[in-house]
Design a protein around this ligand. Structure first.
Ligand SMILES: Nc1ncnc2c1ncn2[C@@H]1O[C@H](COP(=O)(O)OP(=O)(O)OP(=O)(O)O)[C@@H](O)[C@H]1O
Ligand SMILES: [Mg+2]
Length: 346
């Protein structure tokens, strides 16, 4: 028998237990979609799917425009209260804004009880944490790990020596990104500017030269080759168009917003994705991040919604709500669980 994902409890509409819902992983080899009204449990379902995939050692790449699934980082290796302390919301009116020990213990006790009811032992938690590593990559921001989206241009990849097609694809993506930032057509199949910039950058990278944006400017005006495709450069993209492209690129170089796309890890899935970073003190860092986030929330900064999400996510990571997870959950029941989860962030 193949892998199965344990998706939660199977129940009748009236709530009677019907064992657990084991989803054969083979059922997920093509496309899927999760739909439902607000608060019906879509994120919870996807979170469990991802956790089950990770538990089965299946690497997962998530593109998350909403910022929910970063909560996967809030998984802790034991029932101990220490892990969750930074994430427990202080009681209303608590002066220092830091949850009291008694409250933390109470929440930890509840977490422990729920996990045990699910048959999730401390060994399971420890092994999940030891075998999974969640990286939160936040292009354009240093809230998580920033990503250098122009790395393919600015840092010559060794791929050019053994995988020219792969290196070219990465370069084309970087050029598309640059054109997008300039407000121009980023489509390699449509944009003459794309073809010109790619040809210039590729020539430089193959010659072991840097291809950062500024270095491309002179070659845009005076291309170091006579043809692009089957046409001569001047016919394909004339001097006036090249001058405008160079001016637009220069505006981008001068803009302050460019910097945030140019920091952090190289954008190279083959080299970077899933690679375990040096995170021996990952839990420590997450705990202090939690403290910082809560401090921000106390100061009334925009972070508070996020902190709520993290608090809820802590619950998600600990999976207490899985006790009742069921795809056929009636809406009324979901509202009850909303209140239930509110208790976590009291
Ligand atoms: N199967 C379930 N059983 C009980 N509670 C659940 C279940 N799934 C999710 N919940 C709880 O219901 C609440 C809302 O769930 P969730 O955030 O997953 O909904 P959503 O459909 O993603 O909402 P939105 O549309 O706002 O993104 C959360 O507090 C979560 O803990
Ligand atoms: Mg959601």
């Amino acid at each position: 028998m193949g892998l199965t994902f344990n998706m939660g409890a199977r129940r009748t509409m009236k709530g009677a237990a019907r064992g657990s819902f084991e989803l054969p992983a083979d059922d997920l080899v093509t496309h899927g979609v999760v739909v439902g009204m607000t608060g019906s449990g879509k994120t919870g379902l996807v979170t469990v799917l991802v956790e089950e995939a990770l538990r089965n050692r299946i690497p997962v790449l998530l593109l998350d425009v909403k910022g929910d699934v970063a909560n996967l980082k809030l998984a802790f290796p034991s029932y101990a209260a220490d892990h969750i302390a930074p994430w427990v919301e202080a009681a209303r009116g608590d002066e220092d804004g830091i949850a009291d020990g008694a409250l933390v213990d109470e929440v930890a006790g509840e977490r422990r009880k729920e996990l045990m009811a699910w048959g999730i032992t401390e060994d399971d938690l420890a092994s999940y944490c030891a075998t999974t590593h969640v990286r939160v990559i936040t292009p354009g921001s240093d809230a998580g790990e920033p990503l250098h989206l122009l790395s393919a241009l600015e840092r010559r990849s060794s791929r050019w020596d053994h995988d020219v097609i792969g290196a070219r694809a990465t370069l084309e993506a970087a050029v598309s990104m640059v054109l997008r930032l300039m407000g121009r057509d980023p489509d390699p199949a449509q944009s003459r500017a794309h073809a010109l910039l790619t040809a210039i950058a590729e020539r430089r990278l193959l010659a072991n030269l840097p291809a950062d944006l500024a270095s491309l400017l002179p070659d845009i005006i005076t291309p170091p080759f006579a043809t692009i495709g089957a046409l001569d450069v001047e016919t394909y993209i004339g001097l006036k168009a090249r001058g405008e492209l160079a001016a637009d690129l220069n505006t981008l170089i001068a803009s302050s917003s460019l910097a945030r796309w140019r920091q952090g890890q190289d954008l190279d899935v083959a080299n970077g994705a899933g690679r375990r970073q040096d995170d021996g003190d990952d839990h420590q860092r997450r705990a202090s991040a939690g403290r910082r986030a809560r401090a921000r929330a106390r100061r009334g900064a925009r972070g508070s919604a996020r902190v709520d999400a993290l608090a809820a996510g802590h619950e998600q990571a600990a999976r207490p709500h899985r006790v009742r997870r069921d795809l056929r959950l009636p809406a009324r029941r979901t509202r009850t669980t909303h209140r239930r989860s509110a208790r976590w962030s009291r």
